[in-house]
Design a binder for this molecule. Structure first.
Ligand code: TRP
Length: 446
């Protein structure tokens, strides 16, 4: 378990890599439908509060552990625990994270497959001239077709694992460089268009007018889970990227840049999608199909809409690609740490993720009647429990390790924000983030 010498080539490359991990389905697909199901502005406000009070400090904790350990997550945790005179059992936190990203990747690949399908359909011009009802019906027909769903899920997983098998560094850096600015630009165009529609006023009111009455325990729990999910925090996946962080770079500054990019992508997507929802008189609480139904409707009305739509799904696909690479990397690295060759480890991860993903595929058709804990299909289960429970529990343990277990000097060096920056970070994690996760988790579970 010797130290890795690999580094991201520049400070900007590190920020782009972490942004690539953070920006994905969470911002463009999950954020709008969760906001729709959880009372609009109430969810948005809580989500932003959790990003600031929890997401950012814990993200710094997670990355600094990787940076100080300069090894794969399990090995870094064991090494640093040894240095601090703490129990080596901390390494099981790495395995817990691997389990979490494994479950997330299994449905992530299925939903990214939907983007492949929609990319191809928009290139073929399939949505042109369709009414909103027809667009909604064709989405449901797609979900009910396990063969098409399986094909896209398999294809996306192969795309992800081919990059992971080759090693994450060089290629991923280039992809990120090109992609993030393009995605941003397109979302700006889309949101700019949304502002001109007659649904924009209602969307803005619904997103930004405070509505404390809508806040319930489950809304709070969902918002906390989403803050972790969208920042890619709580599963030791960013710990793996932190191990390659260059030596002279302030962690708080890097992380703040990532969070600003991440939140603005979500806001732009939310404005675009909800303007369509309200101008078409649709239901914001539509669920996971929200983006796939609203965006084809929106683009169908733009000049050259079929092309815009195709470009949008292509960019979304690339954004989910860099996220899923981040999800797969810690699983492969852990198997590699256990002695497997990289190629074989990747193949094994592929087969296992594919099989579990198939349960999500079938939960829309052949397994639609199989329910867990009452009403939930497998897809409902795997899109909620790992995100709302496992990520916060993982984040809590990561925070405890960095703020209470690791020696002060190691943390000061890995945070790279001077003694005052360190004290502010430590006080926030110890007295705000940790108690907050505990309170929300406990009240959510009771
Ligand atoms: N943040 C990504 C998104 O919003 C998903 C993701 C990538 C993730 N890596 C992660 C979530 C690690 C949790 C943990 O789409």
């Amino acid at each position: 378990m010797s130290e890795t010498l690999e580094r991201w080539s520049t400070r900007r490359a590190f920020i782009l890599a972490v942004t690539g991990a953070a920006v994905g389905l969470g911002n463009i697909w999950r954020f709008p439908y969760m906001t729709g199901e959880n009372g609009g502005s109430a969810f948005l406000l809580l989500y932003i509060a959790f990003v600031l009070l929890l997401g950012l400090p814990v993200m710094m904790a997670e990355i600094l552990i990787g940076r100080a350990g300069r090894r794969s997550p399990m090995q870094a945790l064991a090494h640093l625990a040894g240095q601090a005179g703490a129990t080596p059992h901390w390494r099981w936190l790495g395995l817990f994270g691997v389990t979490t990203v494994f479950l997330i990747l299994s449905f992530y690949s299925v939903v990214s497959g939907w983007s492949i399908e929609y990319f191809i359909e928009s290139v073929n011009g399939n949505f042109v001239g369709q009414t909103p009802d027809e667009i909604g019906a064709s989405f449901n027909a797609f979900l009910a077709d396990p063969l098409r769903m399986t094909f896209n899920h398999t294809l996306f997983l192969l795309l992800t694992l081919s990059v992971v098998a080759a090693g994450v560094s060089g290629g991923l850096e280039k992809l990120n460089n090109l992609l993030m600015p393009l995605l941003y630009l397109l979302l700006l165009v889309l949101a700019g268009y949304a502002v001109t529609t007659d649904g924009f006023g209602a969307a803005a009111a619904w997103l930004f007018t405070p509505n404390p009455a809508a806040i319930t325990v489950s809304v709070v729990l969902n918002a906390m889970g989403h803050a972790f999910f969208t920042l890619a925090v709580g599963a030791c996946a960013l710990m793996a990227y932190g191990a390659y962080m260059p030596d002279h770079q302030s962690l708080p500054k890097a992380v703040a840049a990532v969070a600003v990019l991440d939140v603005t992508v979500a806001l732009l997507a939310g404005i675009a999608i909800f303007s369509v929802v309200f101008s078409q008189g649709m239901d914001p609480g539509e669920g996971p199909g929200l983006m796939f139904v609203t965006l084809p409707i929106a683009f169908a009305e733009l000049p050259g809409g079929a092309w815009w739509l195709a470009i949008f799904f292509l960019l979304l696909l690339l954004a989910t690609w860099t996220s899923s690479i981040n999800l797969a990397e810690p699983i492969v690295a852990t198997l590699q740490g256990a002695g497997l060759r990289r190629g074989r480890a990747t193949a094994l991860v592929g087969v296992a993720v594919w099989a579990v993903g198939m349960l999500s595929v079938m939960s829309f058709s052949t397994m639609a009647d199989v329910h867990w804990f009452g009403e939930m299909t497998f897809f409902d289960l795997v899109t909620t429990v790992p995100t709302d429970i496992f990520l916060p529990v993982g984040g809590l343990l990561i925070a405890i390790f960095a703020a209470w277990v690791m020696p002060r000097d190691t943390v000061v060096r890995a945070l790279d924000a001077g003694p005052r920056g360190f004290r502010a970070w430590q006080a926030t994690v110890r007295f705000v983030s940790i108690p907050l996760v505990v309170i929300v988790l406990v009240s959510g579970l009771l």
